[in-house]
Write a protein that binds this ligand. Structure first.
Ligand SMILES: Cc1ncc(COP(=O)(O)O)c(C=O)c1O
Length: 392
């Protein structure tokens, strides 16, 4: 049986994917050309250059891996880590937990440094752990999508380097939404995804490695355990003197990423970050004015592009999210892991990060919650959000 595709139209305000810019979708409809075509090679070079801009790096080895963000996590891990290496993985949410699993499968001896979900990792805890042994890398999630925590990076980067370890970060939710400044911060390797603040469809994982990390990869004692993610080969295709075939690049996704990064470049990185910061603040003020409690207590550790807040007592998670979807076409996220059923997550990422979406989601949420018996000051959330939007 064949049924023509007819997915509904949605406004994506969850933790990702976010709405794609129409120009990005159009770019993905450009007829495919060959992955060794000189015209495609020129486009690859431009994508790498635009990625360096959002990562804040000069790293030569900067490229999109042909798979989603989790493959980015696997890429940094399996290329930098050899079986038996000691690594520290910081865990204050689901993606830190995933990284422990990925590193363990790659044969690493993993030391976990933890913080409660909703709080940032304390650099003092990393320092205490790193003094206990000799570690090859410290792995840290910059923007923890399961909790909405923005992790300060500088202190932990310094601790890692002072002890001879690489500093490796997850930038999946960060990229294109908050500054990364990889070179300034001292990030040795990082990975990201295209489907959040870059506003391209899911399917690529931009990664970046500095010279120190690259030297470690090129001087491994053992082969990279994954053939598909082996950068010693992929780097040849993306930047080598001879463009050797490794696997067929996902041409259309690369076209889309080129356009998505081009839109960010045209708007200007500073403006893009300001848009996310302002609209995130407007949403958070609006939710608080509705009487809702933000999960992340320390305002400095709140992501602007992903807001997490507690589901009020007596209100059913699934009922509200399904009404948002069916009545307004708005998708927001529920909680993951131990926060399942306890929080909601609203993403304002990339093309989804627009003033009209802030107003719409606050209005829709207030209407639905009020109908379900939740008591709040009518219209207060919109007024609080508008106040932030009016600030110049
Ligand atoms: C912080 C973080 N890391 C890793 C991932 C995994 O990315 P993907 O789902 O694209 O494989 C995600 C996805 O939401 C994420 O938010």
């Amino acid at each position: 049986m064949y049924r023509p595709l007819d997915p509904p139209s949605r406004i994506l305000l969850g933790p990702g994917p976010s709405d794609c810019h129409p120009k990005t979708l159009l770019a993905q409809a450009i007829p495919v050309i060959g992955h060794m075509d000189p015209a495609f090679v020129a486009i690859m070079n431009e994508v790498a250059e635009l990625l360096r801009e959002v990562y804040g790096t000069q790293n030569k080895l900067t490229l999109p891996m042909s798979a989603t963000g989790s493959a980015g996590m696997e890429t940094v891990t399996v290329n930098l880590i050899e079986p038996g290496d000691n690594v520290i993985v910081c865990v204050n949410g689901l993606f830190g937990e995933r990284w422990v699993d990925v590193a363990t499968r790659a044969g690493a001896n993993v030391t976990v440094v933890e913080a409660p979900w909703g709080e940032a990792i304390d650099p003092a805890d990393v320092e205490a752990a790193i003094k206990q042994g000799s570690f090859k890398a410290v792995c840290l999630v910059y923007a923890e999508t399961s909790t909405g925590v923005r992790q300060p990076l500088e202190d932990i980067a310094k601790i890692a380097h002072d002890h001879g370890a690489l500093f490796v970060t997850d930038c999946v939710t960060a990229i294109g939404g908050i500054p990364i400044e990889a070179d300034k911060v001292g990030i040795d390797a990082a990975y990201a995804g295209t489907q959040k603040c870059l506003s391209a469809p899911p399917g690529l994982a931009p990664v970046t490695f500095n010279q120190r990390a690259l030297d470690i990869i090129m001087n491994r004692k053992t082969k990279v355990q994954s053939w598909y993610l082996d950068l010693t080969m992929i780097a040849q295709y993306w930047g080598g003197t001879k463009r050797a075939y490794h696997h067929t690049a996902p041409i259309s996704n690369v076209f889309g990423l080129h356009q998505a990064l081009g839109l960010i470049h045209e708007e200007g990185l500073e403006n893009v970050f300001l848009r996310h910061a302002t609209l995130g603040k407007a949403l958070q003020k609006g939710l608080e004015a509705m009487g809702l409690k933000l999960l992340v207590k320390n305002p400095e550790h709140r992501l602007p592009n992903l807001t997490t807040f507690l589901i009020p007592e007596g209100i059913d998670d699934a009922t509200v999210r399904s009404q948002l979807l069916s009545q307004y076409g708005i998708e927001i996220g529920g909680g993951l892991g131990s926060l399942s059923g306890k929080i909601w997550r609203i993403g304002l990422m990339g093309h989804s990060c627009r003033a009209r979406n802030v107003i719409m989601v606050l209005g829709a949420l207030e209407t639905i919650l009020t109908e379900l018996g939740y008591k709040c000051d009518k219209g207060a959330s919109l007024a609080a959000a508008q106040e932030v939007l009016a600030e110049k």
